[in-house]
Design a protein around this ligand. Structure first.
Ligand SMILES: Nc1ncnc2c1ncn2[C@@H]1O[C@H](COP(=O)(O)OP(=O)(O)OP(=O)(O)O)[C@@H](O)[C@H]1O
Ligand SMILES: [Mg+2]
Length: 634
């Protein structure tokens, strides 16, 4: 008994160590299961199969590239399989008297295989990267196009930071799938099978010994995957959280500074950042434990190999009925590492595969949002419109049971100018955005030239509208690009003509670079009045049949106000015009003035009619008039 123990002491020690680690792992795993957090239990929206099918649809156009890569890969696998046998052979050769020529042949063969394999690896990487990037840009494009098609309501509901992550980070995670994971997964699986076959052919007894370690590798890998999936999810969530927080707060930085909230914002940010750091630490620990574990199994198996191999070789005994020579020991030494390496990477890559799937899932989640406002199947194109607008008992709500518009009806004849007035929140902006179908109404009908707007193609509908919104949005670029907005074939003269028409030329001419003057993000290097004038020019250039102006309440100096007034007068000649005005002086000449309160029309008529009626408009007007008189008196 003692002899037996002494003889197999190394093996017993190895078995004891592996056993101890297995128990420790199982205990840790049990603890993890007990700790399962509710938030970690997010249901997957798609099955793996669904995700793979959809991803493959993106890869399909490039199937030739993938087939090519597959063949290149076969070459490098052959190298993996042949080289250990070759080295074993060389080792055997040089132990006895040998012909130098024989050695040369083997060494040269080895070198050739090595070079070919290197070239294969390079080619494979190049082709995959190229293809992967093409697929990636297609996915990004799809996501972006889809986001463009979402309705205002849907866009309001998704934080911008999240959308940014969907267009940037998530496709990146998928790209890894195409450029790396997919191919190495296949390759590694094939290498494992190949190595196993090669070992079996060479010496089944030693192969059986190596196989004894496999259950432990499988066990460790499974437990590792549970842990790693959890930490990956933590990292992803924390990253999205930080992105969302950043994109909102960077835009609002000025407000933060004005209200002196830097400290509290900083502590918010620090908290999020710490969460991300902790998640990344956790991930590091999980990987930090797993890699040495597999390495330990690898070393143990090599120890066993040396023990049995050397013993068998030196004592010339058989191991499980097979003779072992030195070439076999050398070849097995190499095969074992080629066996464990792919297993380890397989486990890790399986995890990255899951990550890519998670990324894909998020992307498909966005792609699957059915746009809230869509064309009806038989929607029609509108070539030109006269500009007649009718609201028939329109009811609308943003949120359930909060009616913002309640039975609004009015009629605008072509080329008329109609103004909307009313206190803040009365629904003026809402009415204007309903006409362009930014939202769909719940009850009633909106007609353009007598046609229900739901029966008109949205793109065709919006083409005839020029919207000048309450908060003018300028893109970073220059003045010209902001006026032209991707419209083709527009000459500088046409742009300047539009600017002159709306009196924007005065200030543009004063700028150092004229139309080339740089516009910074959101146009923050221009005044509110200037931005408004630019938005007029933008609208005029696109020659709309209906113009919609949501006047900014911002304080505009008297000079700019006169310019704006004057350009409005001119713009009335172009087509139908709907104006929301805060300064009643702007709209005195309107053909019809509609007074709103809490989403209902109180009264409507011309300026004179409404003054005579002595209703709400009269009150508003006298109030403003008095204020102006007071202002002048000062
Ligand atoms: N995207 C939205 N989601 C939910 N509610 C909204 C949304 N936009 C506006 N509302 C609500 O609808 C009501 C009408 O808003 P609207 O913007 O039409 O007012 P307004 O008359 O243009 O006001 P102002 O003169 O201040 O511009 C408000 O009570 C507002 O809270
Ligand atoms: Mg408004």
């Amino acid at each position: 008994m003692v002899d037996f123990i002494l003889e197999y002491l190394p093996i017993i020690i190895v078995a004891a160590i592996i056993g101890a680690f297995t128990v420790a792992f199982l205990l840790a795993y049990a603890a993890l299961r007990r700790h399962k957090e509710a938030s970690d239990d997010q249901e997957r929206m798609f099955s793996d199969k669904e995700i793979v099918t959809r991803l493959l649809r993106y890869a399909r156009p490039y199937w030739k590239d993938f087939v090519g890569v597959f063949f290149i890969m076969l070459f490098s696998i052959v190298f993996e399989l042949v080289s250990p046998a070759l080295i074993g052979d060389i080792q055997k050769l040089i132990k006895e008297p040998f012909q130098l020529k024989d050695l040369y042949i083997r060494v040269v063969t080895y070198a050739v295989i090595l070079v070919v394999s290197l070239i294969c690896t390079y080619l494979q990487a190049m082709v995959l990267q190229k293809t992967g990037q093409k697929i990636l840009s297609q996915i990004r494009l799809d996501v972006f196009t889809h986001i463009e098609s979402l309705s205002h309501e849907q866009l309001n509901n998704i934080p911008v930071g999240k959308l940014v992550t969907r267009v940037t980070n998530d496709p990146n995670r998928i790209s890894f799938l195409f450029t790396n994971i997919l191919v190495t997964l296949v390759k590694n699986a094939m290498v494992v099978v190949g190595v196993l076959a090669a070992m079996l052919v060479m010496n089944y007894a030693l192969t059986l010994m190596v196989l004894c370690f496999v259950p432990f590798v499988v066990l460790f890998t499974m437990i590792f995957r549970k842990f790693s999936r959890r930490v990956h999810r933590q990292v992803t969530n924390a990253t999205t959280d930080i992105n969302t927080y950043l994109s909102e707060n960077l835009s609002g930085m000025k407000i933060t500074q004005i209200f002196n909230r830097e400290d509290s914002k900083l502590s918010d940010f620090t908290r999020r950042s710490a969460k991300l750091r902790k998640a990344k630490h956790n991930r590091m620990y999980v990987f930090g434990v797993f890699r040495p574990m597999v390495y330990m199994l690898f070393v143990s198996s090599q120890m066993c190999l040396f023990y049995f191999g050397a013993k068998g070789y030196i004592q010339q005994t058989e191991f499980l009925g097979q003779v072992i020579d030195s070439a076999i020991v050398v070849a097995f030494y190499m095969y074992i590492s080629r066996f464990f390496n792919p297993i380890q990477t397989l486990a890790e890559q399986f995890d990255m595969l899951q990550q890519s799937f998670a990324g894909a899932e998020k992307i498909f989640g966005i792609l699957d949002i059915v746009p809230g406002v869509v064309d009806e199947p038989d929607a029609m194109e509108l070539e030109g419109i006269r500009g007649e607008i009718e609201f028939k008992d329109v009811w609308f709500q943003y949120k359930p049971d909060e009616w913002v518009l309640q039975g609004v009806s009015f009629h605008v004849q072509p080329k008329q100018t109609v103004a909307f007035v009313g206190s803040t929140g009365s629904g003026k902006t809402t009415i204007l955005s309903l006409i362009c179908r930014n939202y769909d109404i719940q009850k009633g009908q909106i007609l353009i030239d007598g046609i229900d707007i739901k029966r008109i193609k949205i793109s065709s509908l919006r083409r005839h509208f020029g919207q000048m919104l309450q908060d003018v949005f300028l893109f970073s670029g220059d003045i010209r690009s902001n006026i032209v907005l991707h419209k083709d074939d527009v000459t500088d003269e046409e742009v300047m003509q539009a600017c002159r028409y709306v009196n924007a030329d005065t200030f543009i001419n004063k700028l150092e670079n004229g139309l080339d003057e740089v516009v910074r993000e959101r146009g923050n290097n221009f005044s509110a009045g200037q931005r408004q004038l630019l938005s007029f020019a933008r609208t005029i250039l696109h020659k709309p049949s209906v113009m919609i102006l949501d006047e900014a309440t911002a304080n505009i100096d008297t000079e700019t106000e006169i310019l704006i007034q004057d350009s409005l007068e001119k713009m009335k000649n172009i087509g139908t015009m709907l104006i929301v005005a805060h300064r009643l002086s702007t709209i005195q000449h309107a053909d019809n003035i509609i007074v709103l309160s809490h989403g209902k029309i109180l009264e409507q008529g011309s300026h004179q009619e409404l003054l005579h009626a002595r209703g709400r408009y009269y009150d508003l007007y006298t109030l403003q008039f008095q204020k102006e008189q007071l202002g002048k008196g000062e």
